[in-house]
Write a new protein. Structure first.
Lengths: 114, 114
C-alpha cells in the first residue's frame, strides 16, 4: 500500500481563521513533506520532517506551522493566511535512505483564502 | 535558478501516437530521476524513475531514456491514450543525502486526442 491520505479535501478560510491540514501514511516512512502547488506550476517544497524532527524549512512564512505528532502523522497549522496562499497543499512521504528514494504524494487539500 | 529544464510546455498527440517529453539538468550530483503524472485536482503520482547507471528503463507503455554525458533524460509514452492526458513533471535529486529536495521541471501538459 503506497497511500498517503490528506484531510480535508477542500478548505475555505478567512484571513483571521485558524485551521489545520492533516496527513497520514502507514508505509513506515520516516520522512514526510509539505508542498505547496499553484495552478500550472510544479510543487514547491515547504517543510521536511525526518524521524519526526523538522529537518528542512524552505523559508516559509510563520503563518504556516508544521507539526509531526508521530511517525505516521503530519499536520500543517494555518493562521492569518493571505489570499495569495490559496493553493493545493500536498503531503508526501518517503523512506529516509537507501532504496526508498521515492516520494509518494497524497491527493492534496485545495485551500481557498478569502 | 532552474536546475531542471523541461520541454515542451504543452503537447498534443493523437491516440496511438508517441508522446515525448524532454528534461535537461545542470547539477551533476543528481542521481535519481523520477517522472510524476498529475491529473487535475489530484496529487502527483510516481510514474517511473531511473538512476544514471542505466540508459533506459521501460515499464509498460512508458520508457525513460537517459543520456548521462548530455545530462538529459526523456519520457516516451507509446500508444498514447486519451487517459494519459495529464501534466507530467520530471524531477531530480541527490539520493542518500540529508537534503531531501526534489527539483522539479516546470511540467508538460499532455493532451491525447481520441
Amino acid at each position: 500500500d503506497t497511500e498517503v491520505t490528506q484531510t480535508p479535501k477542500h478548505l475555505v478560510m478567512g484571513m483571521t481563521n485558524k485551521k489545520s491540514l492533516k496527513c497520514e501514511q502507514h508505509m513506515g516512512h520516516r520522512a514526510m513533506y509539505w508542498y505547496k502547488q499553484k495552478a500550472k506550476k510544479p510543487p514547491e517544497l515547504m517543510f521536511v520532517y525526518s524521524y519526526e524532527k523538522l529537518s528542512i524549512n524552505e523559508s516559509v512564512p510563520s503563518r504556516f506551522s508544521p507539526e509531526c505528532p508521530n511517525s505516521s502523522l503530519l499536520n500543517l497549522h494555518l493562521h492569518a493566511l493571505q489570499p495569495e496562499d490559496s493553493a493545493l497543499y500536498l503531503c508526501a512521504s518517503s523512506q529516509e535512505r537507501g532504496l526508498g528514494e521515492t516520494q509518494y504524494f497524497g491527493p492534496g487539500t485545495r485551500l481557498l483564502v478569502l | 535558478q532552474q536546475q531542471v529544464k523541461q520541454s515542451p510546455q504543452s503537447l498534443i498527440v493523437q491516440k496511438g501516437g508517441i508522446s515525448i517529453i524532454n528534461c535537461a539538468y545542470e547539477n551533476t550530483a543528481f542521481d535519481y530521476f523520477p517522472w510524476y503524472q498529475q491529473f487535475p485536482g489530484k496529487g502527483p503520482a510516481l510514474l517511473i524513475a531511473i538512476r544514471p547507471d542505466v540508459s533506459e528503463k521501460k515499464e509498460g507503455r512508458f520508457t525513460i531514456s537517459f543520456n548521462k554525458s548530455a545530462k538529459q533524460f526523456s519520457l516516451h509514452i507509446m500508444d498514447s491514450q486519451p487517459g494519459d492526458s495529464a501534466t507530467y513533471f520530471c524531477a531530480a535529486r541527490v539520493s542518500g543525502g540529508s537534503n531531501y529536495k526534489l527539483t522539479f521541471g516546470k511540467g508538460t501538459l499532455l493532451t491525447v486526442n481520441p
